[in-house]
Design a protein around this ligand. Structure first.
Ligand code: CP3
Length: 351
């Protein structure tokens, strides 16, 4: 059970009436904030922030000091789980994640550490405990994992290549290996997410960024099946689950049947279309195009109004972007956006 059950986001998740639409922003802590850049430079890189609970806690809090956000999200990354099976992860400026090994053959899989210890990620659990103290029940805390499929695509490619050549090759030539990788990552995800819940997160989220690379049949077999297993493992805790996938609309008929609490939508979909497709099966999160943060105030107000109007229901909506915020965005524009949502959304909610 969440320790912040009456917060706006938790109410929106349960599709209960709210007086305004709650809001948080994917990657709300990060490179568009000068105070983040400063700490990252002092610490000597992203991983040094993530692995230090004091710094990870501080970075998580930075956007909450600037803006009236309705939730915090643990500062970490979906790829750190690689380290528990013996694959080292580094983040290179302007290049992104890089691993010291890839998994492309049965032999690559054999040498992984399958008797992993989830406590190797202790720093995340410490960060969560610190944050719970710091937040003191004032704001809920979101914890997250990557979907086994999405994490697997990075482990197979070894970096964030967008061609997925090696993933495509494995799909054609070695499905059993894919399932071995996915089963291992699912076991780890179950342990990791449950430990985050024990440490105090109020909401859980699964990022399945690359789920929509798969055709419908493979999406069911290689992604959704494992998501269901993870969801089942946390069901008894009462902690709600947000599921995010890019190109949400292309997979909506399958997602419709998932046992989730919230669907995170990317900016290519119209939220009204998704709402009509899913009814009130679950709440929706999203999905403002980041482009709006590059426009002027008048255009921003119009875009927020259009989105709320398109959603067209007083319950079950969490405002967010359709993707993570990028380093080029002006922090002043983020403040403006959040103020606009606070001003406008009450007229779409229950008075
Ligand atoms: O949202 C938050 O504030 C919480 C922290 C968070 C990060 N990554 C921090 C981060 C979360 C939830 C993620 C999720 C994540 N990480 C995803 C799924 C969501 C999505 O963006 O599709 C994926 C695919 C990753 C893997 C990853 N991490 C990549 C490909 C990159 C490099 C490209 C990029 O966007 O920067 C990262 C780096 C990363 N993760 C940064 C941050 C703040 C930037 C680090 C830096 O250089 O300072």
């Amino acid at each position: 059970m969440s320790q912040t059950p009456n917060h706006l986001i938790l109410k929106a998740i349960r599709q209960e009436p709210v007086t305004r639409t709650p809001v948080w922003i994917m990657r709300q802590a990060g490179r568009y904030l000068p105070e983040y850049i400063k700490l990252k430079n002092e610490a000597g890189g992203f991983m040094n922030l993530v692995k230090n609970p004091d710094l990870a806690c501080e970075i998580t809090m930075q956007p909450l000091r600037r803006y009236s956000l309705d939730s915090a999200i643990v500062f970490s990354d979906i790829l750190i789980v690689a380290e528990v099976i013996g694959i080292d992860l580094d983040f290179i400026e302007k290049k992104g994640p890089v691993f010291d090994k890839t998994i492309r053959t049965d032999k690559d899989f054999e040498i992984l550490n399958k008797s992993y210890d989830i406590n190797n990620l202790d720093y995340v659990f410490h960060t969560i405990k610190k944050l719970k103290n710091e937040l003191n029940g004032k704001k809920p805390l979101i914890g997250f994992i990557g979907s086994p499929w999405t994490v697997a695509t990075y482990l197979i490619e070894g970096n964030s290549s967008k061609e997925f050549t090696n993933v495509q090759k494995l799909l054609k030539t070695n499905k059993p290996l894919l399932h071995n990788i996915l089963n291992l990552l699912t076991d780890i995800s179950i342990d990791y997410l449950n430990k985050q819940i024990e440490s105090g997160i109020d909401i859980s989220m699964i990022f399945d960024t690359w789920g929509s690379l798969l055709n419908n049949e493979s999406y069911e077999e290689l992604s959704l099946r494992y998501i269901n297993k993870i969801k089942h493992s946390i069901s008894k805790t009462g902690i709600p689950l947000i599921y995010y996938v890019r190109n949400t609309e292309s997979k909506i008929n399958q997602i419709k049947n998932l046992d989730i609490d919230v669907l995170g939508i990317d900016a290519t979909a119209k939220i009204g279309d998704i709402k009509r497709a899913v009814g009130n099966r679950f709440a929706l999160q999203g999905n403002l195009d980041i482009e709006v943060l590059r426009s002027d105030e008048k255009a921003m107000i119009k875009s927020v109004n259009d989105l709320l109007e398109d959603y067209n229901s007083p319950v079950g909506h969490i405002f967010n972007l359709g993707s993570g915020i990028t380093p080029d965005i002006d922090p002043g524009k983020v403040k403006l956006l959040i103020d606009i949502i606070r001003d406008i959304s009450p007229s779409y909610n229950v008075k």
